[in-house]
Design a protein around this ligand. Structure first.
Ligand SMILES: Cc1cc2nc3c(=O)[nH]c(=O)nc-3n(C[C@H](O)[C@H](O)[C@H](O)COP(=O)(O)OP(=O)(O)OC[C@H]3O[C@@H](n4cnc5c(N)ncnc54)[C@H](O)[C@@H]3O)c2cc1C
Length: 467
């Protein structure tokens, strides 16, 4: 008889064990605490620039840095509302994937004719990222370890069988030892790991060194694009006028009204353990330090840090109408995460969690970034990376710079770049639709991956979501 429960429900540890593991955890982002960096002054007074970049996450930082590198004499100003890398860029899993399309299935389904080009451009982007880490001296704990996808339910094993990188249960457990792992696939080339907050702060350091003027605690409150003359970017401390503007504000309310319905915030939750002792680490193996993810619709991702902690995130994905720090504390989700961690690694029952945090995923209806150009070619924007922006933001920065320079390149010619996703409907319709999708995905995970009518309809409309 087929089971209607997931392995996490069947093998859940006792509540007291979960509580003990979570008890010492603080609500704080480990990565941000572990990332030294300078602070940059707020903007005071008016100024001018060749390029103004709004947003100090990866997307804005790469845009500013690459703009300065393309044109060393240019005056580039970057304005960040809080501090460099405080948002998604400083709190993510640090999986730097080659994929620009949120995986092959999503990419082939949406852009079948150009998928092979997208795949190549994504790999070239990751190689260029690695080359930049080395040539710019970005101290961000970059490790090109690849990623291991694991089957934790019988029906998922079949999804991996045809893969040239297929590992059976014994082989996958030689890499990372969990009694839950039934099979795996190790993509050695398509993914690297980084320390997310160090990457953001290092990009800022190098950009500033090249001449980019960075202002933190500087919220852009207005964007004026007169028919003629420069664009005016307004902040409480002053106005910057410039020929070109790049908007890299991700999941935050866009300065362009027309793009506001193209993303919604979906909260993702993370736990970090204390550093493992050598005996604890030996009980898991993990000598090759790959990124780890499972194949469920509601999936977990996991990885080691430089000091041998384990990051454990994913599964619950909670939609909210706007970004708000109050959404980050969700005890039921942290308990579920801890329970699942202890189910996967029962040998780590004596390990404790030191940190818990959450962040808003920049979700778009096509699960991959969109790229735009407006105001007669003077304002470019990119957002909607849907939880896979560590690598793709560098590509988006190149796209914005190509377009702001009026260049036609292989990147700017892509259908993926030229066409926008469908917008989300306004609330409350979007809230209902997203909640129904989440419940349907959960149900699919309880039914050997079988998708219900609602998910099949979304799939046919190009709105389906696999993982
Ligand atoms: C918990 C979590 C785990 C994730 N894991 C991964 C992963 O493992 N791999 C992966 O590839 N991706 C992952 N992601 C997604 C990835 O972090 C993001 O796609 C990426 O960081 C987006 O970068 P960004 O620069 O576009 O946005 P952000 O980092 O959000 O930066 C946007 C910045 O714009 C600023 N801003 C907004 N509005 C204004 C304004 N009006 N004026 C001035 N400044 C403004 C904000 O303050 C913010 O600093 C994860 C995300 C989360 C939340």
């Amino acid at each position: 008889m087929r089971s209607r429960s997931t392995v996490y429900e069947r093998l859940a540890p006792p509540a007291a064990v979960v509580d003990a593991a979570l008890a010492p955890s603080r609500h704080a982002v480990f990565w941000l605490e572990d990332a030294p960096g300078t602070s940059y002054p707020a903007l005071t007074g008016d100024g001018s620039a060749d390029l103004t970049v709004v947003g100090g996450g990866y997307c804005g930082l790469w845009t500013a840095l690459l703009a300065q590198r393309r044109n060393p004499g240019a005056r580039v100003v970057l304005l960040e509302a809080q501090s460099v890398g405080w948002a998604a860029s400083g709190r993510n899993g640090g999986f730097c994937e080659a994929s620009l399309t949120h995986g092959e299935d999503n990419g082939r389904c949406r852009w079948p004719a150009e998928y092979d080009v997208l795949d190549r451009l994504g790999r070239e982007n990751l190689d260029a990222f690695e080359a930049d880490v080395s040539s710019l001296g970005l101290d961000c704990q970059f490790e090109r370890t690849g990623a291991l996808s694991v089957a934790v339910e019988e029906h998922q094993v079949e999804w991996l069988r045809e893969s040239p990188d297929f590992l059976d249960a014994a082989a996958v457990r030689r890499e990372i030892d969990s009694p839950l792992f039934l099979a795996g696939e190790w993509d050695r080339e398509g993914c690297a790991l980084v320390h997310p907050a160090r990457l953001a702060r290092e990009l800022a350091r190098v950009a500033a060194g090249l001449g980019v003027e960075i202002h933190e605690r500087t919220t852009v409150t207005s964007l004026e694009t007169p028919a003629r003359g420069p664009v005016r970017v307004g902040t409480p401390g002053g106005t910057v006028t410039s020929e070109r503007v790049a908007l890299a504000t991700n999941v935050f309310p866009s300065l362009l009204r027309r793009t506001r319905l193209l993303t919604v915030p979906v909260y993702d939750y993370v736990l970090m353990t204390e550093p493992l002792t050598s005996a604890q680490l030996a009980s898991v193996g993990w000598a090759n330090r790959q990124g780890l993810g499972d194949l469920a619709n509601q999936f977990h991702y996991s990885r080691l840090t430089a000091d041998d902690r384990i990051l454990w995130g994913g599964y619950d994905a909670i939609h909210h109408r706007r970004v708000d720090g109050a959404h980050e504390e969700r005890p039921a989700t942290y308990r579920r995460l801890a329970s699942h961690f202890l189910t996967v690694f029962p040998q780590l029952e004596d390990v404790r969690f030191s940190h818990r945090w959450a962040g808003a995923i920049d979700t778009s209806t096509r699960f991959a970034a969109f790229h735009g150009l407006t105001a007669k070619g003077r304002v470019a924007y990119a957002a909607g990376f849907t939880g896979l922006g560590v690598g793709a933001t560098r590509f988006a920065a190149e796209v914005m710079l190509d377009r702001l320079s009026g260049l036609t390149t292989e990147r700017t010619s892509l259908e993926m770049v030229r066409r926008k996703p469908l917008p989300f409907p306004p609330s409350p319709v979007a809230d209902l639709g997203i909640e129904l999708t989440r419940r349907s995905l959960d149900r699919a995970d309880h039914r050997q991956g079988r998708r219900n009518l609602f998910l099949k309809t979304l799939d046919r409309a190009g709105l389906g979501f696999d993982s």
